[in-house]
Design a protein around this ligand. Structure first.
Ligand code: ATP
Ligand code: MG
Length: 345
């Protein structure tokens, strides 16, 4: 699926349509959009009311006739028309005009590892609707590895873990290609869901969707490790009475609740390592795992992996934008093509 570097260099813009955030890189302008993949629509008139951050703030706070929708779900564009409208709005008039001026507009997009042809088709259709005449697809794992500066083209193993909202992808790369990879359907959303369920079952408290992050921050510092604060105060709504209520939540119990989805990620890493040739596993023992994606910032996630795998674990510098910046580097031609021509004798 991965397009050639030559084709990518001819693209004018690159898009990473994620389950949580949409990012756009425009050649010559850099990263121009980094906003939540959310749109608010007036269901009476069909008009788009807001997109990105504004629309996200409306989640759970709208009157009946306004619906907040996510055109991307599970890493796949599920509503092509809405995704196009959202992207158009996020790009803004000025950038749209700049792109329209290109004679044969070309776009690049990253797609999750192992995504099916229908999902790939949806990504392509979305960008074609924006005026692209040709769309190159790049595996997110490759784009992210390039974006965080891993030496992917060398004959040594590097392990990358893309921790997104909908899923976590793990791969071992060598010589610019994926040797083994796994996509685990667990990401930041599953972690948030585990926290919400925990509070509902243990404290009979309904947590507003926008309070999950503050709770994670309360766990932070030492988050998933046992040295964090023992408890923290959370406000929500009582499940039975419907009244506002605060509870003191035991952070150790929240940690246990989060642990369950993260175990699936550990299983995935184990599977990748088992399928990997022994020479490459030996390289990995010193280089370790590079974590990218927004969920890599989950407090204590790296420590947990270090503890579970015994390997060094690093978090990339700007983990959440690595994939789109990797695409950007390919567009700008900053990545040298690999010299893998056959040796003539
Ligand atoms: N500081 C943070 N602490 C914990 N979680 C975070 C933090 N920042 C972002 N996240 C989580 O990271 C996820 C977003 O990551 P990212 O932007 O990589 O997702 P995405 O690319 O939209 O998703 P996907 O690649 O799965 O389609 C969200 O689920 C969010 O909850
Ligand atoms: Mg992503």
């Amino acid at each position: 699926m991965t397009a050639s570097l030559e084709q990518l260099r001819r693209c004018h813009f690159a898009v990473d349509l994620g389950a949580a955030r949409t990012r756009v890189y425009v050649k010559g302008a850099g990263l121009v959009v980094d906003q939540p993949s959310v749109a608010a629509v007036n269901t009476r008139t069909g008009a788009l009311i807001a997109v990105g951050e504004f629309a996200e703030k409306m989640t759970g706070r709208t009157p009946g006739y306004i619906r907040v929708v996510k055109p991307v779900s599970g890493g796949t564009v599920v509503d092509i028309e809405m995704a196009q409208r959202m992207l158009r709005q996020l790009l803004g008039e000025r950038l749209r005009r700049t792109l329209r001026r290109k004679p044969r507009l070309r776009a690049a997009a990253c797609t999750p590892h192992g995504s099916d042809p229908l999902a790939q088709r949806a990504a392509v259709e979305t960008l074609v609707g924006l005026g692209a005449r040709r769309v190159e697809l790049v595996d997110t794992l490759i784009a992210a590895a390039v974006g965080c500066g891993l030496p992917v083209e060398r004959a040594e193993a590097t392990m990358i873990m893309v921790c997104g909202a909908a899923h976590t992808q793990v791969a071992v790369l060598s010589l610019g290609a994926i040797v083994t990879a796994e996509r685990i359907p667990v990401g930041g959303e599953a972690v948030d869901h585990a926290i919400v369920q925990h509070l509902r079952h243990q404290h009979e408290l309904m947590l507003p969707s926008q309070s999950v992050r503050p709770l994670q921050l309360a766990l932070s510092g030492n988050g998933l490790t046992p040295q964090g604060p023992a408890s923290t105060e959370i406000h929500g709504r009582d499940v039975a009475t419907g009244l506002a209520r605060s509870v003191r939540v035991d952070t150790a119990a929240v940690r246990d609740a989060i642990q369950t989805p993260l175990t699936a990620v550990l299983d995935g890493i184990g599977k990748v390592l088992r399928n990997c040739p022994p020479d490459l596993v030996a390289d990995l023992a010193d280089r370790g795992i590079m974590m990218v994606g927004g969920s890599a910032l989950l407090p204590g996630f790296d420590q947990m992996l270090r503890h579970a795998t015994g390997m060094p674990v690093h978090i990339a510098e700007r983990p959440e934008v690595c994939a789109v910046l990797g695409l950007g580097e390919m567009l700008d031609g900053r990545i040298q093509p690999m010299a893998l021509d056959s040796v003539s004798t």
